[in-house]
Ligand binder design. Structure first.
Ligand SMILES: Nc1ncnc2c1ncn2[C@@H]1O[C@H](COP(=O)(O)OP(=O)(O)O)[C@@H](O)[C@H]1O
Ligand SMILES: [Mg+2]
Length: 149
């Protein structure tokens, strides 16, 4: 497990960029954190690190946005899905098996659907350390403690 402490949006972008530069084919990044903590900012950084040229838009209404970079990036926001079946219906299995990079905002809403080997990133604020402070925990699915059927 790793803990990162970031004191500005720029620092979160830089952490995401580093993750994108190191991302392996077929990897999944599961993002957890309240609204406005910086999940989309982290996604933008990761896209930068993958060499995506387009602007990243929040996939809240489209559920998934696809980008091409060093590896394809599939950026999900599953907040508006009613249940896990809807995720499988849009082709989740193909996405995670594609060899591209999947990044999922609100992954904690459907933890059982996430691949066992996914990397979990949990973002928290701590207002006592300033409004731009974020703590990001990076851990494996196993460390994160996903309960499976
Ligand atoms: N250290 C930081 N890391 C990321 N975002 C930050 C940070 N400090 C302030 N912010 C602000 O917090 C907001 C995060 O928004 P966003 O990434 O859309 O959140 P989410 O996708 O988690 O709902 C942005 O307005 C951003 O400017
Ligand atoms: Mg978002």
């Amino acid at each position: 497990m790793q803990i990162w402490e970031l004191y500005s949006e720029k620092e979160t972008l830089a952490l995401g960029k580093k993750l994108g530069e190191q991302a392996a084919p077929g990897s999944t990044y599961c993002l957890q954190g309240d609204l406005g903590t910086g999940k989309t900012v982290l996604a933008k950084g990761l896209a930068l690190g993958l060499g995506v040229q387009e602007d990243i838009v929040s996939p809240t209404f489209t559920i998934v946005q696809e980008y091409s970079g060093r590896l394809p990036l599939y950026h999900f926001d599953i907040y508006r899905l009613a249940n896990e079946d809807e995720l499988w219906d849009i082709g989740w299995e193909e996405y995670i098996g594609s060899g591209g990079v999947c990044l999922v905002e609100w992954a904690d809403l459907m933890p059982e659907a996430m691949p066992e080997e996914a990397v979990w990133l949990t973002i928290e604020k701590d207002l006592s350390k300033g409004i731009d402070y974020r703590k990001i925990k990076i851990e494996s699915g196993k460390q994160h403690g996903i309960i499976r059927n």
